[in-house]
Design a protein around this ligand. Structure first.
Ligand SMILES: [Fe+2]
Length: 203
């Protein structure tokens, strides 16, 4: 007899080198982007209340800014490691970053639950995280299929909980498969929570 753990989901977290100086440069650039990106500010006023995101306006920053290109380079070995762990056969294709944008969350700004359709791996890098900032909340991909199952104990291991809350830390990244539903609950701090989001496609 056996009880096996099957169909696991992988999440890759880590810390980049040179985080303090990288984050100073990125924070400065995010501030500049918010100033010059009128379209993004307008979009954010309607869709990202209390904050600024370049999601709708400047979403290829890894191709247009040396600081974001440097971030992409620093993430690359971690991305390759994650792809190996996922046991993917790339069949001559590559997993490459296709979009990269910034998020500055103010008091009450939130990201509702979502996936990143069209991509295979998505992720986030944290630039500035005021104390008591909102976590990244990841949903168990099986949750919608559990139907009549009883709730789980609060002491259940991480892999068996309905939601996983990851506290952001400056200099840290999270990589996950793009189908994994996630959200950021309303930010509880006036000062900005700064992050960079990105998607990788298989081409
Ligand atoms: Fe997301």
């Amino acid at each position: 007899m056996s009880i096996d753990s099957v169909f696991s989901s992988l999440l890759h977290r880590g810390r980049l080198h040179r985080a303090a100086s990288r984050n100073r440069e990125l924070a400065r650039e995010i501030q500049t982007l918010e100033k010059i990106d009128g379209f993004g500010r307008k979009w954010s006023a309607a869709n990202y209340v209390g904050g600024y995101s370049s999601y709708s306006s400047l979403d290829k920053l890894h191709l247009t800014s040396p600081h974001f290109a440097d971030l992409q380079q620093a993430l690359e070995p971690h991305l390759r490691h994650f792809v190996r762990k996922l046991n993917w056969q790339l069949l001559g294709g590559k997993v490459q970053m296709t979009t990269c944008w910034v998020n500055a969350m103010g008091l009450g700004t939130y990201h509702p639950m979502h996936t990143h359709p069209g991509s295979v791996i998505s992720g986030v890098y944290y630039v500035q995280v005021p104390r008591a900032s909102s976590p990244l909340k990841i949903e168990d991909p099986r949750l919608s299929l559990m139907m009549a199952a009883p709730p789980r104990r609060a002491s259940a291991p991480k892999s068996e909980r309905n939601y996983l809350l990851l506290a952001p830390k400056p200099g840290e990244f999270v990589l996950f498969e793009s189908w994994m539903r996630h959200e950021v609950p309303p930010q509880r701090e006036q000062s900005r929570r700064l992050s960079v989001s990105f998607n990788y496609e298989w081409r």
